[in-house]
Design a protein around this ligand. Structure first.
Ligand code: ACO
Length: 242
């Protein structure tokens, strides 16, 4: 066996560095998933009082949610999305969707009306997507009576703030190309772009897909160590237009 070339050594070193960084990132995501209430430093975002709505927002990890609340979220998702899923390459399967929504790794941002009944939710996760630490929005679903009043935008802005506070690099979501409401909402209003991992961005992919992966980069303006610094809350919130 001959000697490895200098180039080969450099590549191996770079790969080792990448693996090391990946392990660090994974450990950081694990730490974030242990936070009890990631919205604690975002008190100003726990109320939405606008356009005739008076809504309370609460952020919970799935194991601390009531089963009946997650079941309500599942039923709303089915009501809003079943037809859209049936038009996609995935189809709709009650068991699969329910299992996904009940997984321990799920986080919920619930929206409640003044009398306590649920009107909407976001199911999201702090996770790794390839090499990136991300907040992945699995689902945003609102009841019909509270739509087009700014609540969806407000909830997605909370997700961006959570990503910022916890040092995640982007917020991602998967959206059907035939869901005009969601396309308008994510691309035009929230200014999400097509993620590099979206199937149409893959030059080796010639199959047509009915979904796109969208994302928004979160610019980190402070070191991760200060991610939970509550004194910065006002300044962070001010950077987000609601
Ligand atoms: C990752 C996923 O979960 S994809 C699936 C998304 N969920 C669904 O499709 C379920 C049904 N829809 C909904 O639950 C909601 O309508 C959402 C989440 C899409 C949007 O939430 P809303 O509270 O209704 O949106 P919000 O009022 O914040 O809208 C802000 C802006 O987004 C845009 N927008 C919102 N809904 C729509 C729509 N149906 N069509 C086009 N643009 C829209 C508009 O510019 C709107 O501003 P405007 O009302 O002043 O024109």
């Amino acid at each position: 066996m001959g000697r490895k070339s200098a180039k080969g050594k450099e590549k191996a070193k770079a790969r080792k560095e990448e693996n090391k960084q990946l392990k660090i990132s994974m450990a950081e995501v694990d730490e974030v998933n242990k936070i009890e209430d990631p919205m604690a430093p975002l008190a100003a975002f726990k109320k939405f009082e606008r356009n005739g709505l008076s809504i309370t927002l609460e952020c919970k990890k799935r194991p601390t949610c009531k089963d009946e609340d997650v079941e309500w979220a599942f039923q709303l998702t089915k009501q809003n999305m079943k037809t859209l899923y049936e038009k996609s390459e995935w189809g709709w399967k009650d068991t699969e969707k329910r299992e996904e929504m009940f997984e321990d790794a799920a986080w919920y941002l619930f929206a409640r009306a003044q009398d306590g009944h649920l009107v909407g939710f976001v199911h999201f996760r702090f996770d790794m997507d390839f090499d990136d630490k991300v907040v992945y929005c699995y689902e945003i679903q609102l009841a019909k009576e509270v739509r087009r009043k700014g609540l969806g935008k407000f909830m997605m802005q909370i997700l961006e703030l959570l990503a910022h506070k916890t040092g995640m690099g982007k917020v991602m979501s998967t959206v059907f190309t035939h869901n005009d409401d969601a396309q308008g909402f994510f691309i035009k209003t929230l200014r999400y772009g097509i993620d590099e991992t979206s199937p149409e961005d893959n030059i080796y992919e010639d199959q047509e897909h009915t979904y796109q992966i969208l994302s928004k980069i979160i610019v980190q303006r402070q070191p991760l160590g200060k991610a939970q610094d509550t004194q910065n809350t006002g300044a962070q919130a001010a950077t987000v237009k609601t």
